[in-house]
Design a protein around this ligand. Structure first.
Ligand SMILES: NC(=O)c1ccc[n+]([C@@H]2O[C@H](COP(=O)([O-])OP(=O)(O)OC[C@H]3O[C@@H](n4cnc5c(N)ncnc54)[C@H](O)[C@@H]3O)[C@@H](O)[C@H]2O)c1
Length: 381
């Protein structure tokens, strides 16, 4: 059984590595916006993180949330009130995707529905913005990326950590080669009691801590390292709290009716070796007996850096210099930056900095780590 599963996983991974190699594609073409005012008309699917993404998209001078889609009508009505302008409602995403008055779709449902909804959207010529992780498994992620690229629509990941002000600041430094060659990194996301028990999507197969929060730091650190090609992964993962009804968000008792559905990991960690010889130590815990932390550390040949507190470590005239960076209060937030970039990609034909393909490569690393944990051996990509 394991051997059969492993063989099919290897096949899937080979396809993904091919996908990584084919990463250089032309940017999607500039498209004519719809609506009377020439704004991008957006549908928000999923009234959880959908609201957080929807607000800056709606506030944007060239964007408007015109449609909401969710299984729960009261949640849509509540958000519509907040938006303060008329919206159309859908409970069936397939119907919604046929609506000619929608230019773009944000997908913010549980992981297991990202691909079916985004696929339907791109097949109907809509631009898509998908929350993390791209998918609940590697196969569906590959299918979506292939179709989205073929459709020529703007296809983007909503990555709030990568687009956050501190990571962006470090990214600029790293792009200007101020850190030199980044040859090693550590990234971790640790919660004390943070299993999201409000949606079974997080607990069921395809959910889990690594796809929920590991994905944020993995994507951000991989981007900061210059997106090296992953080569080998060794991981451990498991569920030490969730199936026992412990470690849920804010130390809440979610009850057995919820935690009996537990099928995913509540921690995952490991090591990724890249083709350029760089190494990454990655950790993610939904629950633990440890201090809460979200951090990234970069080891460069000219300087090192840490995300929290944002610090650059250098040597000048033979002396150590630690530069603690204070971010201006006016810095643009991650979700605002995501909204702005998605809209400029659609209206101005700007090349997308966070295409779904990046989500696919991150998914490939995550799935390899989880597979390595399950099989008890290193996974070669
Ligand atoms: N910082 C971030 O980027 C961030 C933060 C939180 C969650 N997320 C991601 O957002 C996704 C949702 O998480 P959440 O916390 O918002 O969950 P949630 O349970 O609060 O919200 C999900 C919503 O999707 C709706 N939904 C479910 N299936 C649907 C379907 N088939 N069609 C239409 N609507 C459907 C539900 O009714 C619910 O309102 C997850 O994939 C998670 O990883 C991202």
């Amino acid at each position: 059984m394991i051997a059969r599963k492993a063989a099919s996983a290897v096949k899937t991974r080979k396809k993904a590595v091919g996908a990584v190699k084919a990463a250089k594609k032309p940017a999607a073409k500039k498209r004519k916006p719809g609506g009377k005012e020439g704004k991008v008309r957006i549908c928000i699917v999923g009234m959880g993180i959908g609201r957080t993404n929807g607000r800056p998209l709606h506030k944007h001078p060239r964007g408007a949330v015109t449609t909401l889609c969710d299984l729960q009508r009261p949640l849509m009505e509540e958000f519509a009130k907040e938006l303060g302008s008329p919206v159309a409602y859908y409970s069936d995403y397939k119907e919604m995707c046929k609506d000619p008055d929608i230019d773009a779709v944000f997908v913010g449902t549980p992981n297991q529905f990202h691909v079916p909804i985004a696929l339907e959207a791109v097949r109907n010529g809509k631009h898509v913005l998908v929350t993390k992780p791209l998918a609940e498994a590697l196969g569906p992620a590959q299918e979506l990326v292939a179709e989205a690229e073929k459709a020529g629509v703007v296809n983007m990941m909503s990555l709030s950590t990568r687009f956050g002000p501190d990571v962006q600041w470090l990214g600029q430094r790293s792009r200007k080669r101020k850190l030199g060659q980044i040859y090693y990194a550590r990234a971790r996301s640790v919660r004390r009691s943070g299993i999201p028990g409000w949606s079974l999507g997080f607990l069921k197969k395809g959910g889990g801590a690594f796809r929920d929060m590991g994905v944020h730091v993995l994507d951000a650190v991989w981007w900061l390292m210059g997106q090296p090609v992953p080569e080998r992964v060794l991981g451990v993962a498991g569920a030490k709290f969730g199936p026992r009804g412990k470690g849920y968000w804010g130390f809440r008792d979610v009850g057995q009716e919820t935690y009996k559905h537990y099928e995913s990991d509540d921690y995952g960690g490991g090591f990724i070796r890249f083709k350029n010889g760089a190494g990454l130590q990655i950790e993610s815990f939904w629950a633990s007996h440890q201090k809460e932390e979200l951090n990234i550390e970069l080891f460069g040949t000219e300087a090192g850096a840490k995300l929290d507190p944002l610090t650059v470590y250098r040597t000048e005239n033979g002396m150590p210099v630690d530069e603690v960076v204070t971010r201006p209060k006016t810095a643009v937030g991650g979700f605002e930056r995501i909204a702005d970039h998605f809209i400029e990609c659609i209206l101005d034909g700007v090349k997308c900095e966070a295409p779904l393909r990046h989500g696919l490569i991150v998914q490939e690393m995550m799935e390899a780590l989880l597979e390595s944990a399950e099989r008890g051996c290193e996974v070669k990509l």
